[in-house]
Design a protein around this ligand. Sequence first.
Ligand SMILES: [Zn+2]
Length: 274
Amino acid sequence: MKALIKYIVPYQITVSLRQALQSIQSIFYRGKDFKCPFCGGQFRKFLEGGENLPFFKENKIIGGGRRVNMLCPRCHSTDRDRLIYCYLTSDELFNKSNLNLLHIAPEPSLKNFLSRLHNISYTSGDKFEKGYNGFYYSKDTLPLDLTSLSFSDNSFDVVICNHVLEHIQDEGKALSEIFRVLKPGGWAIIQVPIASEALQTIENKADTEELREQKYGQRDHVRLYGLDYPSRLKDHGFMVEIWSPDYQLNNNLIKTYALNELEKVFIASKVINS
Ligand SMILES: [Zn+2]
């Protein structure tokens, strides 16, 4: 149905309709308790969102499942987008010039923010797999396959890949490709949902959608990451730093932006020893 509507209704009209709906939502939810750093809106609450399956609670998954204050009513930024915003604005990113940035499966709020920064040369892309290409992406989003990128070696200073790896069967190839297209000294934010009490990542246990939902929590997830996640990044050559909002940000900001203080930002750097 979504595909049919997309075919019939011009893209710009769907964007305008969505924006009008979100404007109405933002009036209904306006208040003082929450603030969105992307659109500047202030609200009495954000919108609830995320999968509402017992699996997420049972496995104590951070970065997934139902969240009470997940979506900004006005711009539809998520708690995960706002977390990355906090990391980026705390980094030296703004002080550097001409950063080449690749944004995989671009979230609109982050895309609007990043693509307007004068020091960022912004590229975004997605595989446009069935079921993911509704009205979500703007027209300038390139078709790309993270396991086989068309970019030259050493092309980007920064890659943002937010909750994508858990959907990709060949994780090793995807990580190798991110490493390859990063310039020496470049870094990537690579986020995944993590079962906070699982020592090891679980994979190769399910080959149907039903089994994947049972084992990994979602029909389109191909593994359930555990606490070994940073070492999986290191295995592909990255140096890994972990940025924790509960350590780096004050409690008021965490509450105002409705962040999950337990969700950490994983920064994977391409450090070449000479
Ligand atoms: Zn917003």
